[in-house]
Design a protein around this ligand. Structure first.
Ligand code: 2PG
Ligand code: MG
Length: 425
């Protein structure tokens, strides 16, 4: 039993300088711990509600004082002095206190901060690392570390929409360890930075997650430039290092068409375009290739591409068990992008993770574009046996906190990185 003796919260700033929530939790007989929640920019419509103050005079309405206050005045009195046997018991109480389907009363940011702070406090109380606690929660014996997928180029909502697609990520498929994967990524990041400085005359301006974000002439140029940078770094595209792409297509889907380039594409043409990319570039994972509500075409995308790469749903699934069940039944994807703040508690996110696993799907555990220096995501990805981890680029401390935590976990456990997927052409 874990008895919560103290719970508090603080409004802090995330990597975009916007407010977010940090919870402080102390269990009886143990020191206090904190947990901070991230925040998305290219959000799915079905995500849980992030409570913002809406006061235009402060942080343009983005303040989190109300969410903090909800922890102090609603959650704190309901849980302090209470004993909880496990995470699910605490999360159930949080869900009940909120009472809405999308956490809009207390705010998913308030609820999740408490959910994670409790997990960290319980791990501390049991004297085990956080990843081991997450593994215990999931009933998993951890045998591997997740594959890295690391942001190289950014467009879409993370980079002022100078290019339509959002993230081009590197997947160091031949790296046997996290350590080797990071070194390989560094090599390509450097050649890519030099390449775009020559090609686009660009200073090293970076997008929200640290990706390089010049004025690409089009989305496909992002893929071609990434492959060129791999070669310039002396690496074999597809064999040693591959690509993952977050198309984030909901954000350029308007009036039934995808506005990817100059000619609007209907869903069938968009699938054909993506097939062309998969043929021409070594893509191993394709995220949100279609828009979140383009339900009737996702099964076609999966049928055409599912055998050669991961058809990954982010905005499409929103870590929501109901959407996931529907997508599994429709064979609409082959992998789940898991972001705990899309649903609001660890228990619900774990349910989504387990549903995906039971269906034979892979799971990519992901950060958000607005992050904090908290590193729990690395422990979560290891503890829940994520096949991939998506953190962002290798340049900013809110990202590096997680990469550095992975390095520490690798050193501590000596575990191998999960077998690499077969790369494309
Ligand atoms: C995504 C994420 C992370 P955001 O779309 O996958 O890259 O972005 O947190 O803005 O939703
Ligand atoms: Mg995404």
């Amino acid at each position: 039993m874990f008895t919560i003796e103290h719970l508090d919260a603080l409004e802090i700033l995330d990597s975009r300088g916007r407010p977010t929530v940090q919870a402080v939790c102390r269990l009886r007989g143990h020191p206090p711990v904190t947990a901070s929640v991230p925040s998305g920019a290219s959000t799915g419509a079905a995500e849980a509600h992030e409570l913002r103050d809406q006061d235009p005079g402060r942080y343009r309405g983005l303040g989190c004082r109300r969410a903090v206050e909800n922890i102090r005045s609603v959650i704190q009195p309901a849980v302090v002095g209470r004993a909880f046997s496990e995470q699910a018991a605490l999360d159930e109480r949080l869900i009940e206190l909120d009472g809405t389907p999308d956490k809009s009363r207390l705010g998913a940011n308030a609820v999740l901060a408490v959910s994670i702070a409790f997990a960290r406090a319980a791990a501390r109380a049991d004297g085990i690392p956080l990843y081991a606690h997450f593994a215990r929660m999931a009933g998993i014996e951890v045998r591997t570390l997740p594959r890295l997928t690391i942001n190289l180029f950014s467009g879409g909502k993370h980079a002022g929409a100078q290019a339509a697609i959002q993230d081009v990520l590197l997947v160091p498929v031949a790296a046997p360890t996290i350590d080797d994967g990071l070194a390989m990524t560094f090599a390509v990041y450097q050649t890519a930075a030099e390449l775009i400085a020559r090609r686009y005359g660009m200073r090293l301006l970076r997008a929200d997650e640290g990706g390089l974000a010049p004025d690409f002439p089009g989305s496909e140029a992002m893929l071609a430039d990434a492959v060129e940078a791999m070669r310039l770094a002396g690496l074999q595209p597809g064999r040693e290092i591959a690509l993952a792409v977050d198309v984030a297509s909901s954000h350029f889907f308007r009036g039934g068409c995808y506005h990817l380039g100059t000619t609007p594409l209907d869903s069938g043409a968009m699938v054909a375009e993506l097939e062309g990319w998969a043929r021409r570039y070594p893509i191993v994972s394709l995220e949100d290739g279609l828009a979140e509500d383009d339900w009737s075409h996702w099964p076609r995308l999966t049928e055409r591409l599912g055998s050669r790469l991961l058809v990954l749903g982010d905005d499409f699934l929103c870590t929501n068990p109901d959407r996931l069940r529907r997508a599994i039944a429709a064979r609409a994807a082959t992998a789940l992008l898991l972001k705990v703040n899309q649903i609001g508690t660890l228990t619900e996110a774990l349910a989504a993770c387990q549903l995906g696993r039971q269906a034979g799907w892979q799971v990519t555990i992901s950060a958000r574009s607005g992050e904090t220096e908290d590193d729990w995501l690395a422990d979560l990805a290891v503890g829940w046996a994520g096949d991939q981890i998506k953190i962002g680029s290798i340049t900013q401390s809110e990202r590096l906190a997680k990469y550095n935590r992975l390095l520490a976990i690798e050193r501590e456990t000596g575990l191998p990185v999960v077998d690499w997927p077969k790369a494309g052409p």
